[in-house]
Design a protein around this ligand. Structure first.
Ligand code: PEP
Ligand code: MN
Ligand code: NA
Length: 622
């Protein structure tokens, strides 16, 4: 992937920062906002980023000099780095994530709400002087190809060079964005500070640390004014503000207001043995194998897969009545542990060079390692906290939420046209969670409203990607629980409205569950590349070639319609994978009703009707 900008290096010394110079834009509002933010946070210097390779390399050198980055061995892992965070800054902080809509009601029951005026006062207090001794980087970025009808623009102001280089990989940074914005183009202002000034209250210099952050944290969103303010964390989802904060929380509000969808979904192209290309958008809660599915190597003969995105999809009804989707990002910020030659061979190849690793382990020969990369761990490692580690240490060498950050173009399965400004038409929507029981391997929604019910009631076991107790079940509607920037039930209503607009052109909707187990806790489904078998059935439904049987909870694969050739899935396994236990489902519908009660009268009647229909059929068939 080429950098977007002409390679115009910044002037001035290589480190630590180039002088402010003149802002390379005549955008008055942007210039005024940068000046205002600098007046509040008082950095030593302001640097406008151009997105060039030289800028990236210079900042990586700076990060090495500051001790934030370990440069990995150039022969084993070219142009790659390891960062180690502090132990308390390893994940998104949902308890400190705020939606500051004018009305509390509009944040809904699943978000933390703060009145905008109150939050502004709190933020002004913490950002006051927060960048003293540091450089403020101005990072203009695009979400989506610059100029695409589906793209949006943002500018992140950050005092973290780690954030700047990560934004280089994850978004389209640079001068092309400023040119596109012209003198008054719309952009989302996003301010980020690690919150550890290098000057104390008496004005005396304070030593820097490799991973500066603050115990006080805020990840605050202002949906009405489309602003983001993030304080105190250097970690991905809290600090790379184009990703969860903009592309999901703020963009979901934009989409609600403008008739499109910003979703926590991978985008995948599957091509059948007959050569027909299909596009799938799929939502899974964090760390449920979404990146693995996005980079799937199908085991089903004749099928091929190409990656378009692994985390976020922006989708809008087009002139032909199809749902058109882009991946607004330009890179992958994936969970390292569990990524290995069997689970995700494409990702293993992808991170062979030009990758920033965070909180994985360091090998004695200057390479990286994490649980699942190889069956046997090396005899000695330096763990994610910088401590000596041996296989008998009794603790993981890599943090469970350790990450790789890499450009999309590095992915061997990336679609050659993944960044087509026109996007791709979505044929099928997949909604999944991690459920040991009850939910079958795959079920097709009877209609769009039933599909919205399936999305609204996704549940998954808690993962390491956020704070909380690993293992407990939590509902995660559309896998958007921590990401919808407005009332979750209004999000379901918005899905209904988009479906109404699409009519017959709407994608088919499926619920999938790769994680069903037998009584001994053994996974019934092999997963990974074999998930293509489920996708092939779902796309056969789209094409009108795959038969289904009706059930109280939706349409299940007809006997013989799932191709299991070459797997060791037995007939009993398949029966268990597709079993609909009426009692378990009656309990499930009770739990859903209870959970819906928490959304008051905001739950759309069509979704309640779809639930009532499932219930009626369960009782009728039971
Ligand atoms: C993140 O935590 O920054 C992130 C991208 O989250 P997740 O992988 O949980 O979607
Ligand atoms: Mn995600
Ligand atoms: Na996370």
């Amino acid at each position: 992937v080429e950098p977007l900008t002409r390679p115009t290096p910044l002037t001035g010394p290589a480190t630590p920062a180039a002088p402010a110079g003149r802002p390379p834009t005549a955008h008055a509002r942007l210039r005024a906002w940068v000046a205002e933010t600098a007046a509040l946070t008082r950095p030593d210097a302001v640097v406008w980023c151009d997105g060039s390779t030289q800028e990236y390399d210079r900042l990586c050198d700076l990060l090495v000099a500051q001790g934030t980055f370990v440069r990995l061995d150039a022969r084993r892992r070219p142009r790659s780095f390891l960062a180690r965070s502090t132990p308390d800054d390893v994940a998104r902080v949902e308890s400190r994530t705020f939606i500051c809509s004018e009305r509390a009601r509009d944040a809904g029951p699943t978000n933390n709400w703060r009145a905008p005026a109150q939050m502004r006062a709190e933020l002004e207090a913490v950002f006051d002087g927060s960048m003293r001794g540091r450089t403020l980087y101005v990072v203009p970025f695009a979400m989506g190809p610059v100029g695409s009808p589906l793209a949006q623009y943002g500018v992140e102001l950050t005092d973290s060079p780690y954030v700047v280089v990560s934004m280089h990989l994850m978004t389209r940074v640079g001068t092309a964005v400023l040119e596109h914005l012209g003198t008054d183009g719309a952009f989302v202002p996003a301010v980020h500070s690690v919150g550890m000034p290098l000057v104390d209250d008496a004005g005396e210099p304070v030593a820097d640390v490799p991973w500066p952050c603050s115990r006080t944290k805020y990840v605050a969103h202002f949906p009405q004014t489309r602003e983001i303010w993030s304080f105190g964390s250097g970690y991905g989802g809290n600090a790379l503000l184009g990703k969860k904060c903009f592309a999901l929380r703020i963009a979901s509000v934009m989409g609600r207001d403008e008739g499109w969808l910003a979703e926590h979904m991978l985008l995948l192209r599957l091509t059948s043995p007959q050569g027909r290309a299909f596009h799938v958008a799929a939502a899974f809660p964090s760390a449920c194998g979404k990146t693995n599915l996005a980079m799937i190597t199908p085991t089903l003969p004749g099928w091929t897969a190409q990656t378009i995105g692994d985390d976020i999809a922006w989708m809008r009804p087009d002139a032909d009545g199809r749902l058109r989707a882009i991946n607004p990002e330009a890179g992958f910020f994936g969970v390292a542990p569990g990524t290995g030659p069997r689970t995700n061979p494409a990702a293993v190849e992808m991170v062979a060079s030009d990758t920033i690793f965070t909180n994985v382990a360091l090998t004695d020969d200057g390479d990286v390692w994490w649980e699942g990369l190889t069956p046997e761990p090396p005899a000695h490692l330096v763990d994610w906290q910088g401590q000596d580690w041996t296989p008998d240490a009794g603790r993981p060498a890599a943090h469970p939420n350790s990450r790789f950050t890499v450009r999309a173009g590095r992915c061997p399965t990336i679609a050659p046209d993944w960044d087509d400004p026109a996007g791709v038409p979505v044929d099928a929507v997949l909604l999944g969670g991690r459920r040991a029981s009850t939910v079958p391997l795959v079920v097709q929604a009877r209609d769009w409203a039933h599909g919205v019910l399936l999305g609204a009631t996704i549940a998954s076991e808690q993962t390491a990607a956020a704070e909380g107790t690993v293992g407990e079940l939590r509902r995660d509607p559309f896998a958007m629980l921590p990401f919808t920037g407005y009332h979750a039930a209004d999000h379901w209503a918005h899905w209904l409205a988009v479906g109404e607009r699409l009519g017959a052109g709407a994608p088919a909707v499926f619920c999938v569950n790769w994680f069903r187990t037998d009584a001994d806790g053994r996974y019934l489904w092999p997963g990974f590349g074999d998930n293509a078998r489920v996708l092939a059935w779902a796309l056969g439904r789209v094409a009108g070639t795959a038969p289904a049987v009706d059930s109280p909870i939706g349409l299940l694969p007809a006997p013989g319609s799932l191709d299991l050739t070459g797997t060791d899935v037995t007939a009993d396994d398949l029966a268990a994978l597709l079993a609909v236990d009426v009692d378990a489902w009656l309990t499930e519908t009770d739990l859903v009703r209870e959970w819906f009660a928490g959304f008051g009268d905001a739950v759309p009647p069509q979704v309640l009707d779809a639930l009532g229909e499932v219930r009626r059929r369960l009782v009728g068939d039971g």
